[in-house]
Design a protein around this ligand. Structure first.
Ligand SMILES: [Cu+2]
Length: 178
């Protein structure tokens, strides 16, 4: 009860302090730190429970890992208002505007998720054939675990826009600007 009343008091001051008037998308995953970090040191923090082997098994079977997702995956926003990106997961994710959904910059995840061709906004192909991430920009937002970032809709015409995570390309958002 004390926590609930504290939350009730905190909400208005946070709203006036932030003043963003935006809408939020929560970024989620369930990475199990010890098993992910054994393969890719430092990639995962936090209390997730899906082991790396279970993640790969689910991806292999279904072409996605369902707990790695944007919530909501469809959002309508008034032009000029920001999309607030709250990463509640244990890994870094990107929120990247793409012309068409495609793969990201991690080739094995592209293959396992059935997105063999990278989206041009996510990755470039080096002469060696390896993929390199595109640099962060206002339309290629990297959000580290436990961090918040925002995507600015100012300047976007009314319409429908597609976004994906360039690490986990099954993580997708359709954003309607009105
Ligand atoms: Cu991701």
């Amino acid at each position: 009860m004390a926590a609930m009343s504290a939350l009730g008091l905190a909400t208005p001051s946070q709203a006036s302090g932030g003043g963003h008037d935006g809408q939020e998308i929560t970024i989620l995953d369930d990475c199990h730190a010890a098993s992910f970090n054994a393969i890719f040191p430092g990639v995962c923090v936090g209390e997730g429970e899906t082991t790396f082997s279970a993640f790969i098994a689910e991806l292999t079977a279904t072409r996605k890992a369902a707990e790695w997702r944007f919530d909501p995956s469809k959002l309508t926003i008034r032009g000029g208002r920001p999309v607030i990106l709250e990463n509640d997961g244990g890994e870094t994710h990107t929120f990247t505007m793409v012309k068409a959904f495609g793969g990201g910059f991690i080739a094995p995840l592209n293959q396992l998720s059935g997105n063999p061709v990278p989206a041009g906004e996510c990755a470039s192909t080096l002469p060696s054939g390896e993929l390199a991430p595109m640099p962060p920009s206002p339309v290629n937002v990297f959000v580290a675990a436990d961090k918040e970032a925002s995507f600015q809709t100012a300047g976007l015409k009314p319409g429908t826009y597609m976004f994906e995570c360039c690490i986990h390309p099954w993580m997708r958002v359709v954003l309607t600007v009105r």
